[in-house]
Design a protein around this ligand. Structure first.
Ligand code: C5P
Length: 393
């Protein structure tokens, strides 16, 4: 039986931790709870003990606890440590490596994966300090779920609500799932494009878009983890190269098309790049302000995906992306046919997806449409990589 250590932080969302415990138990996961001082203002140790059918731990200084079970042991006997709700304060302490109560001491002492489900006021969630702390925690390997968006107990509206217990359970189950076979894609070559392209107007100006490259980089990394040889053709991004991935840097769409051609043959290709649809004939010298309007004549760029899809060196599995702000599924189906792709991963980019860390996608294949719930881009990548592995098997 899998076990989690559930740290319940302070906040009105603490009551949802009770439902989470119930769902975990129903899914066959044993739960042991730690309640912070803040959390104890919202739920009682008795409630958590009754639901988890296990003693609840609250204090670092409870000698009885230390005699029966040291905090090191408590932090390590679980397969996964879950923090729900994770308050801004708790996230800050985790990011800083502080250990001034039982919860933070356990989090610092654990050698197990940690999953945090944040819940806080929208301004606190969007504060630069919280953004920094969450980024640090993710770099440290902590899975930080995206909070839900909606009306808050404090009367404001926005992101910051604790994800629904069912969504947290899904994340827990994914984290507890055994690592997929690393050799699933051994011997396979997969080509990934990612990031924006930059189309020079003159030596100092260019046309580009808001793509961060995150989703494509995550996919390249996930494929490499499954043992594939991965070539990542990337437009300009600020991201580190994922482990085990060969990266080819390009700027323009034409350079990307050439690099893709040079990287063939491939068993599969995942075209995630947000390729600029047009370029201009770049001026060799910086244009004067007055010359801009007359010089900006747009020339269509080659469609790299469509060229591959209808070309003689088409990879066995060809996957495109479709970022849309409206009529997402209709556009995706049309794109799949027109570009000769096997799958289209469609997403709605009218919100904060471009440049953000979460994504809600629909997988459009010959068999129809499969909609995935909103999840971290890393998790989208992992799932997609597993699907690719099964399709190529
Ligand atoms: O037509 P649209 O740009 O929406 O198509 C998106 C898909 O096509 C993505 O997979 C993208 O990487 C690919 N694409 C491409 N070359 C282009 C334009 C888009 O490979 N010039």
């Amino acid at each position: 039986m899998k076990r989690i250590l559930l740290i319940v932080g302070g906040g009105i969302a603490a009551y949802k931790a009770c439902e989470l415990i119930r769902l975990c138990r129903k899914a066959g996961i044993a739960v042991r709870c730690v309640l912070t001082d803040g959390g104890a203002h919202f739920v009682t140790p008795m409630t958590l003990a009754a639901l988890s059918e296990a003693p609840v731990h609250t204090s670092l200084w409870d000698l009885k606890d230390e005699a029966e079970m040291g905090h090191i042991q408590l932090s390590r006997e679980a397969d996964l440590v879950v923090v729900a709700p994770a308050t801004a304060d708790l996230l800050a302490k985790m990011a800083a490596g502080m250990a001034d109560d039982l919860a933070t001491t356990l989090l610092l002492a654990t050698d197990k994966p940690v999953l945090a489900a944040p819940a806080m006021n929208v301004r606190m969630w969007q504060h630069a300090a919280t953004t920094r702390n969450v980024a640090q925690l993710r770099r440290d390997g902590v899975t930080v779920l995206e909070p839900d968006e909606g009306a808050m107990a404090c009367g404001e509206y926005g992101p910051g609500r604790l994800p629904e217990p069912a969504a947290i359970l899904a994340a827990i189950e994914r984290a507890l799932a055994p690592e997929p076979e690393p050799a699933l894609l051994a011997g396979r070559h997969v080509l990934v494009t990612a990031g924006p392209t930059q189309e020079a107007i003159d030596p100092v100006r260019y046309i580009a878009n808001r793509s961060s490259g995150r989703q494509g980089y995550a996919i390249a990394g996930a494929l490499a983890k499954l043992g594939a040889r991965v070539t990542l053709v990337s437009g300009p991004t600020a991201l580190p190269t994922p482990q085990g991935v060969t990266r080819v840097d390009v700027e323009s769409a034409q350079q990307m098309a050439d690099a893709v051609e040079a990287a063939l043959p491939a068993d599969a290709a995942v075209m995630v790049a947000a390729v600029a649809d047009w370029r201009v004939n770049a001026a060799p010298r910086k244009l004067a302000k007055g010359d801009m309007e007359s010089r900006l004549e747009l020339v269509p760029n080659p469609d790299i995906l469509a060229t591959l899809g209808h070309g003689p060196r088409r990879p066995g599995l060809l996957i495109g992306f479709a970022a849309e702000t409206h009529d997402v599924l209709a556009h995706a189906a049309e794109k799949r046919a027109r570009k000769g792709a096997d799958w289209i991963v469609a997403n709605d980019v009218s919100g904060d997806v471009m440049g953000g860390t979460a994504n809600a996608v629909h997988l459009v294949t010959a068999n129809g449409v499969e909609s995935w719930e909103r999840m971290d881009k890393e998790v989208v990548a992992q799932r997609l990589a597993e699907r690719i592995a099964h399709a190529l098997a």
